[in-house]
Design a protein around this ligand. Structure first.
Ligand code: TGC
Ligand code: FAD
Length: 370
C-alpha cells in the first residue's frame, strides 16, 4: 500500500514537472506538505508523529520517490535520516518533543552539516569549532554541499569542541534566525538540479546549551546517521535505475533502424537483460538487508556493500540506457539523462564509491587502506 501510494504521488504530482524543475534548477517546495501527509518524513522512526514504517516499506517508498528524481528522495532522506534521526537517537526528551513532531509534519525543515570545503571523505579533519561561552557554545566554520540548507529551519551541525586539550565532535541544532548563520544556495550544479544544495556559514553563532545533542560524542554520531541514510539510498538508486531501464525497453521496441526495431537486435537485448538482472539483484540485496535490519540488525559494512553496489549499478544502467536512446538520450524529454546526471552526485555523496570500497576492503582484509 505504501509503495502504491508513493508511486501514485510521484507519477501524478511529480513526473509531469520533473524535467522543468530540473531545467530551472528548482525544488518543488509546494509538494512538501503532500510528502508529509504520506508519512514519509521520518517515516521509519517511531513516536513523535512519525509513521513507524518497517525498513522494507520505507525502502520501497524511497525507491518510488527516486523513480521520480534523486532530488525528491534526497529531500526525504535528509529530513528523516540526517536531521530527524540524530535528534531521535541522540537528543534529550525535551529536544525530541520540541522538534520531531513539527519535522514529521513539515512545519520545520532540517539539514545535516558534516562536509566542509576542505573535509569531505575525511570528516575527522573538519575545521568547524564550537567554543564554550557561559551557557552557550559559539560556532564558527563553513559546511559545504549541504542538501536543503537554503530552505532549512534547523541545521544539525557537527563541530569540534575543545574540552580542555582533547577535541571531540558534538552535534548542535542551529536554528534559522540565530545571529551569524547564513545558508547560501550553490548555483550551477549539473546534477541534482531539482534539489536545493547550499552552504552553512557559521560566523560566531551563539547556540544555547539546550541545542546540543547530549547522547553522543565523537565521529560515530554523524556516521551513525549516515548508516541510516545510506540504507535508504541503496533502495532509492534502484528507482532511478528502473526509470531508465523502462524507458530504454519502450524506446528500443519503438525505434526502427535497418528495417527492424532495435529491440530485436541481440546487442540491445543483452544490454536490457543486464539492466534487468542488476536491478533484480540489487532489489533482492536491499530486501534481504531490510528484513535483517528489522530483526537481527545489520552492520555499517553491510550498508556500504549495498549502497556501493546499487548506486554503482544504477549509474551504469543510466549510462547504458542513455546509449540505447541514441541522440534522444541527451534530451530532457526523456528521464534518462536527468537520472544519469543526478546519479553522479549519489555516487559521490554519503561516502564515495571509493570510500565504500575501502570500508569493505578493510572488513575483508583487516588492513585499513585509507
Ligand atoms: P573511524 O575511526 O573508522 O570511525 C570513528 C568512529 O565511528 C564509528 N563508525 C561508525 N558508526 C556508525 N556507523 C558507521 N557507518 C560508522 N563508521 C565508523 C567507529 O566504530 C568509530 O567509533 P568509536 O567508538 O571507536 O569512536 O573513522 P575514520 O575517521 O577513520 O573515517 C572512516 C570513514 C572514512 C569510513 C568515514 O569517515 C566515512 O564514511 N567517510 C565518508 C564521509 C561521508 O559519507 N560523508 C557524507 C556527508 S552527508 C551526505 O553526503 C548527505 S547527502 C544526502 C542526500 O542529499 O541524500
Ligand atoms: P573528496 O573527499 O575530496 O574525494 C575526492 C576523490 O578522492 C573521490 O573520488 C574520493 O573517493 C577519492 N578519495 C578520497 N580519499 C581517498 C582515499 N583515502 N583513497 C582513495 N580515494 C580517495 N554533505 C553533507 O554533510 N551534508 C549534505 O547534505 C550533503 N549533500 C550533498 C549533496 C550533493 C549534491 C553533493 C554532490 C554532495 C553532498 N554532500 C553533503 C557532500 C558529500 O558527502 C561529499 O561530497 C562526499 O563525502 C565526498 O567528499 P568530497 O566531495 O570532498 O570529495
Amino acid at each position: 500500500m505504501i509503495r502504491d501510494a508513493v508511486r501514485r504521488f510521484v507519477r501524478e504530482r511529480y513526473l509531469p514537472r520533473a524535467a522543468d524543475l530540473f531545467a530551472r534548477e528548482e525544488f518543488a517546495t509546494d509538494l512538501i506538505p503532500e510528502i508529509a501527509a504520506l508519512g514519509l518524513l521520518g517515516g521509519s522512526l517511531t513516536g513523535y508523529g512519525c509513521a513507524g514504517m518497517n525498513s522494507v516499506a520505507y525502502g520501497l517508498a524511497l525507491q518510488e520517490l527516486e523513480y521520480g528524481d534523486s532530488g525528491l528522495r534526497s529531500f526525504v532522506s535528509v529530513q528523516g535520516s540526517l536531521a530527524m534521526y540524530p535528534i531521535w537517537k541522540y537528543g534529550s526528551e525535551a529536544q525530541k518533543q520540541r522538534w520531531l513532531p513539527k519535522m514529521a509534519a513539515a512545519e520545520l525543515i532540517g539539514c545535516f552539516g558534516l562536509t566542509e570545503p576542505d573535509s569531505g571523505s575525511d570528516p575527522s579533519s573538519m575545521k568547524t569549532r564550537a567554543r564554550k561561552d557561559g551557557s552557550a557554545y559559539v560556532l564558527t566554520g563553513t559546511k559545504m554541499w549541504i542538501t536543503s540548507a537554503p530552505i532549512a529551519d534547523l541545521c544539525v551541525v557537527w563541530a569540534k569542541v575543545d574540552d580542555g586539550g582533547a577535541e571531540s565532535i558534538r552535534g548542535f541544532v542551529v536554528e534559522r534566525g540565530m545571529k551569524g548563520l547564513e545558508t547560501p544556495l550553490i548555483h550551477g550544479k549539473m546534477s541534482l538540479r531539482a534539489s536545493p544544495t547550499g552552504e552553512i556559514v557559521l560566523n560566531e553563532v551563539r547556540v544555547p546549551e539546550e541545542n546540543v545533542l547530549p547522547g553522543v560524542v565523537g565521529l560515530k554520531g554523524p556516521l551513525g546517521c549516515l548508516t541510516q541514510a545510506r540504507f535508504g539510498i541503496a533502495w532509492g538508486a534502484l528507482g532511478a535505475a528502473r526509470a531508465c531501464y523502462e524507458t530504454a525497453v519502450s524506446y528500443a521496441r519503438e525505434r526502427v533502424q535497418f528495417g527492424q526495431p532495435i529491440a530485436s537486435r541481440q546487442l540491445i537485448q543483452s544490454e536490457l537483460v543486464e539492466m534487468a538482472t542488476e536491478i533484480a539483484k540489487g532489489q533482492l540485496m536491499a530486501l534481504h538487508f531490510g528484513r535483517l535490519k528489522d530483526t537481527t540488525g545489520i552492520s555499517p559494512v553491510q550498508v556500504s556493500l549495498c549502497k556501493r553496489n546499487n548506486v554503482g549499478w544504477a549509474l551504469k544502467i543510466a549510462r547504458t540506457a542513455r546509449g540505447v536512446l541514441g541522440a534522444n538520450g541527451i534530451l530532457l524529454d526523456y528521464p534518462v539523462i536527468r537520472h544519469m546526471l543526478n546519479l553522479e552526485s549519489v555516487y559521490t555523496y554519503e561516502g564515495t564509491d571509493e570510500v565504500h570500497c575501502l570500508i569493505l576492503g578493510n572488513a575483508i582484509t583487516g588492513h585499513n587502506a585509507f
